[in-house]
Ligand binder design. Structure first.
Ligand code: ZN
Ligand code: ZN
Length: 743
């Protein structure tokens, strides 16, 4: 009889001791009694003694043998995250696992089927295959290149499932079970090894070395492949400079040595297109993706492929930073500045920061790529903690950076938020059969409805925010809590029937354009128009087929997509970020505008970007015009240093919300008093209302702690935890956010 210490998905910062009769390994899942329930847990330690008295200690109900145990390395990473982010160990460990492994039912991993052409399918003449069967044709062509599983085929079209059945019924496509042999190695980290040394045998794969690297790209590839052990590289490349090409070459180098690569991307929408690209360049490599768009079965399968070492490349969003990869030899974080890498509830980790820690732990290099690095990373590259790699030229010599100019909205004719000059530029593009994109970071028709008689505004009755007018649906909607009502016929306050929409959202921009260009094909891309799972993919196909003249969209459109026919980008209404209370707002705006500007003129056609602003001389817009990230970053860092903000300070935010204002403030004030009493070298700010002080009838407030070093902050947080845990907070929702991004 031995004793195991188990992590459970409960909000307590402790492990729980159980006895176990059979042999069990650290990292194995077990089912144990907890109160009246049976919970699945993770064995964190096997120990000889326990403080629990022999009559109270309970036996493990069942040891699960359905999945290989987690490695010590991965468990260490999770322990670190639990400690650093002050989040209970059990919840940290369990939340890192695929959903199926968190369930108390043993997993039966169904084999994932792969598809290939049958003999009669291979004999088909694609030239004479009916052109109208577009999707079937695409599937056949894809399978003629290589066998694929369903997830890979889904990238081709939204309707792959049904079409595939049709092809199988014809006998042209057959399915088979794709079994990969388990690898013999185990452990979350390879033995301290670098890319420069051999991890295993030489591994052969096909590499489509289609593009000659530019000298800058070659320097970047060489620097990373020659790194010995841990090193953090910041790959700062302007949009269109070919960062992806650098990634492909790095992957090739790692795979040749038998290593695994983990590539993190900020957004699930970007995965299919990247996945296809990497597959086309490394066709016989086992690449899996991990993101929330997969079914639970697919997710488990892909995770296990990575755990076995069979998946050589893992491409995933935030959570995949916790994927078990025994031969991990390189991490890449693409668009490292993107705030989507930060989880905003539960374990509030930054996947980028965890990736850096993991690279260090495993002794392997990591590459952070961006056209607009976060000021934190940029600062670290300047002070020598990271190594800077620069790509200053566009990969295609013909493609030049877009010309950026500002239009002063106070000195021009405006049509509901769009200037006459911009409309004329759009007309030119339509005449030339090129595409235009109007970027406005607000969905709906207008952000607020106003009464011209008494000044009434469409406030949400549950929040401190305003209800957004959605004219198409005749609704006022709160984007904070989801509350919605029909648009009132008259002012609820004074009865006046003259209600006016104030400001513009995507729907209003769309309708202004429809009036001006009745024959143009206009496509709106925002969260409302892409609610349907496959909608965005269909839209992207339309854009690529040049079936769209004008695109209207939010930041969804800004990220990473290539639209070769797009030559004009209009930025509407970016000014609110200039006077936001969030000190990161200008940094985010700059990054967003560089991204969206980068959509213009990617191929051989020169692009133009027009920014509509009331402040055309603002340094931010000046820096955009001159493509001067360095100058902009230097001025921002100087401001941050003066003001005592990150990256010169390290922060933690305690947030609380509840129905009773006095309870919220009592909790935070008591927490503050406890913090002051500790007498640590930290700066403890006052308790203040949150940026949105009321949401869904909950009052919200926060307390910010700052320290000059990460270490000082961590020491303080460890000391603060016990008094914090002791404070009564039953009716409150509280969270502690380390390195917060939202204020
Ligand atoms: Zn009124
Ligand atoms: Zn609301």
């Amino acid at each position: 009889m031995s004793i195991v210490r188990v992590a459970l998905d409960v909000p307590l910062s402790t492990l729980f001791d159980y006895t176990v009769a059979e042999g069990v390994e650290v990292g194995q899942r077990v089912i144990v009694p907890f109160g009246r329930r049976q919970l699945v847990g993770m064995v964190m330690e096997c120990v000889a003694t326990t403080d629990v008295s022999p009559e109270r200690i309970k036996p493990v109900t069942q040891v699960l043998h359905d999945s290989a145990p987690l490695s010590a390395g991965l468990l260490d990473l999770l322990r670190f995250c639990s400690d650093y982010y002050r989040f209970p160990i059990g919840q940290t460990v369990l939340s890192a696992l695929p959903v199926r492994l968190r369930s108390d039912k043993p997993v039966i991993s169904k084999p994932i089927l792969s598809y290939r052409l049958s003999a009669s399918g291979a004999a088909l003449d694609f030239e004479t295959f009916p052109k109208r069967k577009v999707v079937q044709r695409r599937i056949l062509l894809k399978l003629a290149e290589q066998p694929c599983n369903l997830a890979q085929l889904k990238a081709l079209s939204a309707t792959v499932g049904g079409q595939l059945k049709g092809l199988m019924a014809e006998g042209w496509v057959e399915s088979y079970s794709d079994v990969h042999l388990p690898s013999t190695s185990s452990g979350g980290c390879p033995t301290k090894s670098s890319m420069g040394r051999t991890v295993g045998d030489t591994h052969k794969h096909t590499f489509d070395n289609a593009h000659t690297l530019t000298s800058e790209q070659q320097l970047a590839v060489d620097a990373v492949t020659q790194a010995s052990g841990y090193a953090c590289f910041l790959l700062h490349g302007i949009t269109g400079s070919g960062k992806t090409e650098v990634y492909v070459h790095l992957m090739h180098a790692v795979l040749q040595r038998g290593g695994q690569v983990l590539l993190l991307v900020p957004e699930i929408n970007l995965t299919p297109q990247l996945e296809n690209y990497f597959r086309s360049r490394l066709p016989d490599v086992n690449l899996v993706s991990l993101h929330s768009g997969l079914s639970e079965g697919e997710r488990l399968h892909n995770w296990q492929q990575a755990q076995l070492g069979a998946a050589q490349i893992v491409l995933g969003t935030r959570l995949s930073v916790f994927t078990e990869m025994p031969k991990l030899a390189l991490l890449i974080v693409d668009e490292e500045h993107d705030s989507s890498f930060k989880q905003q509830d539960g374990l509030r980790y930054s996947a980028r920061d965890v990736a850096i820690f993991r690279a260090n732990q495993c002794g392997v290099p990591i590459v952070l790529g961006s056209a607009t690095p976060s000021l934190e990373s940029y600062h670290n590259a300047q002070n020598g903690r990271y190594r800077m790699l620069k790509l200053t030229g566009r990969a295609l010599a013909a493609a030049s950076l877009p010309k950026v100019r500002s239009i002063n909205i106070t000195q021009t004719i405006m049509h509901h938020g769009i200037s006459e000059n911009l409309l004329r530029e759009i007309a030119l593009r339509i005449a030339r059969k090129e595409q235009s994109l109007l970027f406005i970071n607000r969905r709906g028709y207008a952000p607020v409805l106003m009464c011209t008689g008494c000044g009434w505004l469409s406030g949400c009755k549950h929040c401190a925010g305003k209800m957004v007018l959605h004219l198409n649906e005749q609704r006022l909607r709160c984007h904070h809590c989801g509350y919605q009502i029909r648009v009132p016929q008259a002012c609820p306050s004074c009865g006046n029937a003259d209600l006016h929409p104030v400001g513009s959202g995507t729907q209003r921009v769309e309708s202004v354009l429809q009036q001006r260009f009745p024959d143009a094909r206009i496509l709106r891309v925002d969260r409302d128009s892409t609610r349907n799972k496959r909608a965005w993919q269909t839209m992207r196909e339309q854009i690529h087929a040049n079936e769209v003249d004008i695109l209207v969209g939010t930041q969804m459109l800004a990220k990473g997509h290539d639209f070769p026919e797009l030559t004009l980008v209009g930025v509407l209404n970016p000014d609110s970020a200039l006077y936001s209370s969030d000190f990161r707002a200008p940094e985010k705006l700059f990054a967003q505008l560089v991204q969206v500007a980068g959509r213009a003129g990617r191929a051989d056609k020169p692009g133009e970007v027009i920014i509509q602003t009331a402040f055309p001389d603002h340094p931010l817009f000046r820096a955009l015009q001159t493509h001067d990230f360095e100058g902009w970053a230097a001025s921002q860092l100087a401001e941050r240093k003066m003001a005592g903000f990150p990256p010169f300070m390290f922060q933690a935010m305690l947030r609380a919300e509840g129905k009773q204002e006095n309870e919220v403030y009592r909790f935070l004030n008591d927490a503050r008093a406890a913090a002051v009493a500790l007498q640590h070298e930290v700066e403890i700010l006052g308790v203040v209302p949150a940026a949105l002080p009321r949401r869904a009838n909950h009052l919200r407030a926060q307390l910010l702690i700052q320290a000059a070093s990460r270490k000082a902050l961590q020491q303080f947080l460890r000391a603060w935890q016990p008094p914090l845990d002791a404070l009564p907070a039953q009716k409150l929702r509280c969270s502690l956010d380390i390195d917060p991004l939202e204020f």
